[in-house]
Design a protein around this ligand. Structure first.
Ligand SMILES: [Zn+2]
Length: 220
């Protein structure tokens, strides 16, 4: 009887902090504020490109959302700390970028929980959004993510920056398609993102010229 009581008490101590300190998901804003777009950066952080992106965002006073990889959070925690210090939002993009609809429940568990814990251990709060790689999610994946305290958010408007179309083409594509309420997908991590970095100032200026502002989503 005493053992049962002790076990229950221990369970309570494990569950309580999670329920008390995690942000209620219905309070999480996953859409840009009216009159703004959201710039999102996936697949990072990268020790080469993320600092450049952060410097540009800072110069223009733009707040963005970074969907980061669990492995990279562990490797480059200081970049995550810099994002938070600069007022950006950090959310999950899984650990290793698999297609979540095609992996086992055990793998899904790792891909969802590992980055969540990694981010939490760096910023002190668990992330509240997860953007599945390749925009690939289904009901099973969404339900699993929700059960673990996060909202599955879509890919957003594709800049196709990963195809490296050339800086000018990239600027034109993003600026001409920017409109109020749009979440724009860009990349700062994993591969060669020099075009994205080079295009970013003109993308921001072009969007500003259209009378639009910027707001980040998925703040924990
Ligand atoms: Zn990705």
């Amino acid at each position: 009887m005493r053992n049962v009581r002790t076990a229950l008490l221990m369970l309570l101590f494990i569950i309580l902090p999670l329920t008390v300190f995690a942000k209620p998901l219905d309070k999480v804003r996953t859409k840009p504020l009216p009159g703004t777009v959201t710039l999102t950066f996936d697949d990072g952080p990268s020790p080469i490109f993320t600092p450049q992106v952060l410097a540009i965002l800072k110069k223009y006073h733009v707040k963005a959302t970074f969907f980061v990889m669990g492995w990279a959070v562990k490797k480059y925690p200081n970049l995550i700390r810099q994002m938070i210090a600069d007022g950006h939002a950090v959310a999950s993009h899984t650990n290793s970028h698999p297609n979540l609809t095609r992996i086992s429940q055990r793998q899904l568990r790792y891909e969802v929980l590992m980055p969540k814990e990694a981010i939490k251990s760096v910023i002190g709060k668990p992330p509240v959004c997860l953007r599945p790689p390749f925009g690939a999610g289904n009901k099973r994946v969404a339900a699993f993510i929700r059960t673990h305290g996060m909202i599955m958010v879509p890919m957003g408007f594709n800049s196709f920056d990963y195809k490296r179309p050339g800086v000018n083409k990239l600027i034109k594509w993003v600026v001409s398609n920017a409109r109020s309420g749009r979440v724009i997908l860009l990349h700062d991590g994993y591969k060669a993102r020099a075009q994205t970095v080079k295009a970013l100032p003109a993308i921001i200026e072009g969007i500003q010229k259209k009378g639009l502002g910027f707001s980040a989503i998925c703040y924990p």
